[in-house]
Design a protein around this ligand. Sequence first.
Ligand code: DON
Length: 420
Amino acid sequence: MKSPIPDYLDEILDSVRSDDAGERADYIPELASADPDRLGAAFATLDGEIYCAGDADSAFSIQSISKPFAYALALTDRGISAVLDKVDVEPSGEAFNEISLDDEGRPLNPMINAGAITTHSLVGPEGCSAEERLERLTAGLSAFAGRQLSVDERVYGSELNDAHRNLAIAHMLRSYDILAEDPGVVVEGYTRQCSLMVTVHDLAVMAATLANQGVNPVTGERVVPASVIRQVLSVMSTCGMYDAAGDWTTQVGIPAKSGVAGGIIGALPGQLGIATFSPRLDKHGNSVRGVSLFERFSSDMGMHLMEVPAAARSVLRDHAPSGTETVRIFDLQGSIRFAGAERVVREVVGAEITENRVALDLTAVHSLDDVAGRMLLEVARRLSMEGKEVFLIDPDTVIPDPDPGTDGQLTVVSRGDELH
Ligand code: DON
């Protein structure tokens, strides 16, 4: 049987194909002459499956979509606080090329050009040369894509020739000591970064690496630490679509980044990387058909981040002993996070437990986050301090290394019937 997903993607592409609103970016001559009708989309799942449709092999320059990845590398190389000292994380509500800095000369966020030029200068170890920085940047973005990316020299030359505005921004940054080196060299490097060539297939894998806490789901390589991803996705959701960020967040609700060549990526944490490509742009510099595609994806497939499923109503069954059983068993089930664990805590605390032995049975729990694990262990600790013998039935080790803490006693068993 054929998967319905490529058919779905084809159908959605067809539904936006006739929309020829918008204009190609004309401040970069190479982009102004690009074929405006190309249209492609790709999904990359977190177990490495890729679905492509339309012009999936068509290459285009990454442009501003490079910004979150360069930011991730700078955060990895210099640490979050050193980067925050130079680039803030406040939405600007302004155009991508606005010359806007805060009172200390810091760019408002790493997604507008002022912030991205600064971020570019922070990639690589402190004191590295401009060449070493570019090597680190290209290798890093290639690791996100899972293949070697390269610069299109024509796109690069075409933008650099006329990069007066970015040069003006860089000189401003230099005057505030936000840039510590020759502004011209930094703008050259940043323009090369924007001229790396990608396809929607590459971008979907790059976005999936963000959605997968920094591990490329195709190559299995950890590209950046998970702590960095939280920072990057947060900034993408507040600033990734510039002065259209509010509309995007309410309509689409997926952390995203657009580029003036017509690409858009969306990274749905824990689920999917998405990429679209269509060169005509709206007044914000975002692809017109790309925005429509994302609106469709989000509503058709319930991808809005604020639209989460209702918490499972029942995460616990109190299994009072009968007959010869002498153990009070609490069966837990499903996926348990803070709210589910709070329910468990409340029910165990409220239960009248006359038995000397109490078991928390996690056999039917398929995932449990860190805070839920700690809450359950605290319940176990308190039960054992009240003199109960406490068992944790955890055949799939959903709580690795269970430590019931000071004065707690806990026996871990792999199956419930071991207790009877
Ligand atoms: O800095 C620039 O002008 C471009 N190379 C990148 C701009 C961009 O892609 C803005 N995003 N929509």
